[in-house]
Write a protein that binds this ligand. Structure first.
Ligand SMILES: [Zn+2]
Length: 338
């Protein structure tokens, strides 16, 4: 078994371990590809601190290599699988009531516990989702993004024809905008990254604005006929002035703060009160993996333009050192494990 350990910011070490003995309800997965995302890169650079040594990697696909307790698993050797990275604690009140996706002490692989940048990993079979043949590994790596956006959709009050403002400096906003269209609401994609705005236009998102270049208030007044947006999504790893968000919101609007970035934004209590705003958070995509796989297979969500180039697992150390933040804004690189 091999894994890349992050010993300190920007210092990766390839470590070899003895093969582990498989526990009864677990499955040994041979990891084939891991997505290298902006969030992983932030951890690598030390912008987001971890307990070291730490194994990166939240989005991965692999094949079933060995079954612990085959009878209960519903999997077969060589099945291709996407890995759901959320492990509920099983002891909190929500878990005891069977609401695992609302667990108050959720562990997430590659986020608050060791991730998937390793060649073999033992996982509970509940975390694995078999992939249909038509879905490539590269597209399947985006299942966690789609699942997360589905959780946002679940939390919003989507109505046909309503304008939904999406503030996003990252590619996740592109996935959400496509889902909003699919559910027949109207996405308004707001970003300060021109590459993301261009890609959004390519994907058929009609309203795309850069708040550094246009007056958001004027544009949204115009397209909503003065009603402004009743539903807004703000990705917490974005770089926007919260004032822009309030300006675009109608009275009684719902604002969804999405993601788990460490970035802090100042919320104006006065604005929230004056406009009767309802603010809530969405944190992960637990429970939405099967739907996400389906939306990718049917190409309802198109991620072709988000797939970056491949990096060999053995050379990760050298390749990641050459990367810059800009390289990962639109495309995520893929670490290929032989
Ligand atoms: Zn729990």
């Amino acid at each position: 078994m091999k894994a890349w350990l992050l010993d300190e910011p920007r210092k990766l070490r390839l470590e070899t371990f003895e093969p582990t003995k498989l526990a009864e309800n677990q499955i040994k997965v041979k990891i084939e590809e891991v997505l290298l995302t902006n969030s992983d890169y932030e951890v690598y650079c030390g912008e987001s601190k971890r307990k070291y040594p730490f194994i990166l990697g939240r989005n991965a696909v692999g094949v079933v290599s060995k079954l612990g307790d085959a009878e209960n698993a519903f999997f077969q050797k060589m099945d291709r699988v996407a890995i759901e990275p959320y492990i509920p604690c099983e002891v909190c009140d929500e878990c005891k009531n069977g609401n695992y996706e609302k667990c108050s002490d959720m562990q997430e692989l590659g986020y608050n516990c060791n991730g998937l940048l390793q060649n073999f990993v033992d996982l509970p079979y509940q975390l694995l989702h078999r992939l249909p043949q038509q879905l490539s590994n590269e597209k399947a790596l985006f299942v966690p993004y789609v699942a997360f956006c589905l959780s946002i959709i679940d939390a919003l009050n989507l109505e046909k024809g309503r304008h939904i403002a999406i503030f996003s400096s990252t590619k996740t906003g592109l996935i959400l905008a496509q889902l909003v269209s699919y559910y027949q609401a109207v996405p308004v994609f707001i970003s300060n990254e021109e590459t993301l705005l261009d890609t959004a236009r390519d994907l058929g998102i009609f309203y795309c604005f850069n708040p550094d270049k246009v007056s958001l208030e004027d544009e949204i007044l115009l397209i909503t006929g003065g009603r402004m947006c009743n539903e807004l999504v703000y990705f917490s790893n974005s770089n926007f002035n919260m004032k822009d968000v309030y300006t675009v919101a109608s009275v009684n609007a719902n604002i969804c703060l999405a993601g788990y970035s460490n970035k802090e934004s100042k919320l104006s209590v006065a604005q929230i009160c004056k406009k009767h705003l309802n603010i809530f958070g969405v944190y992960n995509g637990a429970g939405n993996y099967s739907s996400a796989i389906n939306l990718l297979v049917t190409n309802t969500v198109n991620v072709d333009q988000l797939i970056g180039s491949k990096i060999s697992f053995d050379k990760l150390n050298e390749e990641i050192a050459k990367l810059k933040h800009e390289d990962l804004v639109l495309k995520s690189q893929i670490v290929k494990i032989n």
